[in-house]
Ligand binder design. Structure first.
Ligand SMILES: [Mg+2]
Length: 265
């Protein structure tokens, strides 16, 4: 009798351990809200996040030292702002705690406070580059109405070239290609810094997840050289690609789409 009970128990354990979990099964925790709080917690508290940012900016300094100009044009570094120079992690936490997703008006409320902290390593690196005579151009998809508050936030940390001529905001398209070309028409671009692949090349504009991954491999030699990537677990075009860039979906619909990409066993 004892033997039969042991066998049955073993059978039940083996059934449980091989039963595949359905990623759509447990939806009481939203990836949009709980997920953003957790990734922001990482951004604000993980020493590993800090180390990754410092690693990226250390690499940028090494590459800048090694840079050999090929033209007589003045040298420039193109950098993104959000989650590259400025840390906006309080915003997604604020939104998630009131069960709201990103929207441009609430974002504007946050950005107009000019209260963002800096990403570790960014101020020191940009000041170092500036001392070497390299101009910094900030190319961001913040809106025109954010011009003053953005400059105020950059000036707060005494960041170089924090003036209206070096700040390229979004006008029309979210692609940064035209703005990059504008800088390249007058300057030799030493490097580009960003947390989103669209900060580097049009190869990544509005592409599917598979195309983005394939194009990272195409650009393999640029990363850690001309392209310096800052970690951002919280948001980016990687999300947009999963949503097929349909940002009009409700947070529940987005959650559902994301779950289809989860892998478990
Ligand atoms: Mg960014």
């Amino acid at each position: 009798m004892k033997g039969i009970i042991v066998l049955c128990t073993l059978f039940l354990i083996s059934c449980n351990s091989t039963k595949k979990i359905d990623c759509n099964n447990n939806q009481e925790h939203s990836m949009i809200f709980d997920g953003k709080i957790f990734t922001s917690l990482y951004q604000q508290n993980a020493a590993e996040y800090r180390a990754l940012c410092l690693q990226a900016y250390n690499m940028a300094a090494i590459r800048l030292d090694q840079f050999k100009p090929t033209t007589k044009l003045p040298k420039a570094i193109i950098t993104d702002i959000d989650e590259t120079v400025l840390d906006n992690s309080p915003y997604p936490i604020h939104q998630a705690l009131i069960s709201k997703d990103f929207n441009s008006d609430s974002w504007f409320e946050w950005s107009s406070m000019s209260a963002a902290d800096t990403v570790p390593g960014a101020p020191a690196f940009l000041k170092f580059a500036s001392k070497l005579g390299v101009e910094i151009f900030y190319i961001t998809n913040r809106e025109e109405r954010e011009r003053d508050c953005t400059l105020k936030n950059l000036i707060k940390y005494d960041l170089p070239n924090a003036d209206t001529n070096h700040l390229f905001l979004k006008s029309g398209t979210s692609s940064k290609e035209i703005r990059r070309q504008k800088v390249a028409s007058t300057h030799e671009i030493v490097m580009l810094i960003g947390d989103n692949l669209g900060d580097f090349s049009k190869l990544f504009d509005k592409k599917t997840s598979q195309e983005r991954t394939a194009n990272v491999d195409v650009s393999l030699n640029e990363f850690g050289n001309k392209f310096i990537v800052i970690p951002n677990p919280n948001y980016g075009d990687w999300e947009g690609a999963l949503l097929k860039y349909n940002y009009k979906l409700s947070s529940k619909q987005k959650d559902s789409v994301y779950r289809n990409f989860l892998k478990t066993y």
